[in-house]
Design a protein around this ligand. Structure first.
Ligand SMILES: O=C(O)c1cc(=O)[nH]c(=O)n1[C@@H]1O[C@H](COP(=O)(O)O)[C@@H](O)[C@H]1O
Length: 276
């Protein structure tokens, strides 16, 4: 999905919501466990219930890899079920030397090789340029680099002073020399909303993937106050607060209600910022 298509979807759906598919077998409703593939069944119903309210889905690889071959098959089948008009992100947080990154890129971008072809992948930037460029060889695909994460531990490294400011600022400035804002996004946690003004100095045009609203307590209005741009420039993820909003037979309705609640707040913010 191109930047223009993403912006078009945001305007159409009046939403910049990403639904996180962090699907945990221990948290899904009991009745689904009678199905041959409970995780896939859960994901399908969540996708059906939310696809008109969000512009993106983000399965987190850990939740699938934890179950070996069966989990990987669930991830492949989930990818196949994702709508074509959403930005489908694999949250894999990979990062390695070039020839290894090449294999990671193949795993998540090359359908012929792996059965999956996500639109974007999350990457840790720590190993630098040659660990990132193999993903950019796949035309039209996005890389999403961790910049300032929502984790408490973000202070351990991301706030270290470099000659040019904080390490996370250096990451953004440097990575923006590797590709344009049509190919690179950055992760900035919603729990860091006051930092968005600063981040926009270095990433005025990049889309930011913003996890941390809902279960982690980030505030959507504040994120928008400091981070929204004329193209929106934000994709805000919520996982647990949406997908586990209910736990009974009507869990998908509960997920829809929560997604709708966020979408309505997003519509207000898009109008305020003049995006729609
Ligand atoms: O890259 C991410 O998506 C990510 C970065 C970050 O700084 N914080 C963060 O929570 N995430 C992911 O975003 C999702 C947040 O889930 P909830 O807290 O349940 O909404 C999880 O899949 C996390 O792995």
């Amino acid at each position: 999905m191109s930047r223009a298509q993403l912006i078009e979807q945001i305007k159409l759906k009046k939403s910049f919501l990403c639904v996180g598919l962090d699907t945990d077998i221990d948290k899904i409703p009991e009745f689904l466990k009678d199905y041959p593939n409970p995780i896939l069944e859960f994901n399908k119903r969540i996708i059906d219930a939310t696809k008109d309210l969000c512009v993106s889905y983000k399965p987190n690889a850990a939740f699938y890899e934890a179950y070996g071959v069966k989990g990987l098959q669930s991830l492949i089948d989930t990818w196949k079920y994702l709508p074509v008009d959403t930005l489908n992100i694999i949250d894999a947080k990979r990062g390695d030397i070039g020839n290894t990154s090449d294999k990671y890129a193949r795993a998540f971008f090359d359908e012929k090789a792996s059965g999956m072809s996500f639109d974007a992948i999350t990457i840790t930037p720590y190993m630098g340029n040659d660990s990132v460029t193999p993903y950019l060889a796949y035309e039209g695909k996005w890389i999403i680099l961790l910049a300032l994460t929502s984790s408490v531990g973000s202070k351990d490294f991301q706030y270290l002073q470099t000659g040019d400011g904080y390490l996370y600022e250096t990451v953004i400035q440097k990575a923006n020399t590797w590709a344009s804002a049509d190919r690179i996004m950055f992760v900035v946690g919603a729990t860091k909303s006051t930092e968005f003004t600063n981040i926009r100095k270095y990433a005025p045009d990049n889309f930011l993937l913003v996890p941390g609203v809902g279960a982690q307590g980030g505030n959507l209005e504040e994120v928008c106050r400091y981070g929204i741009t004329k193209d929106c420039g934000l994709i805000v993820n919520a996982s647990r607060s949406i997908i586990y909003a209910g736990n009974g037979k009507d869990f998908a309705d509960a997920a829809r209600a929560e997604a709708q609640n966020i979408q309505q707040q997003m519509q207000v913010e898009l109008e305020k910022a003049g995006v729609i």
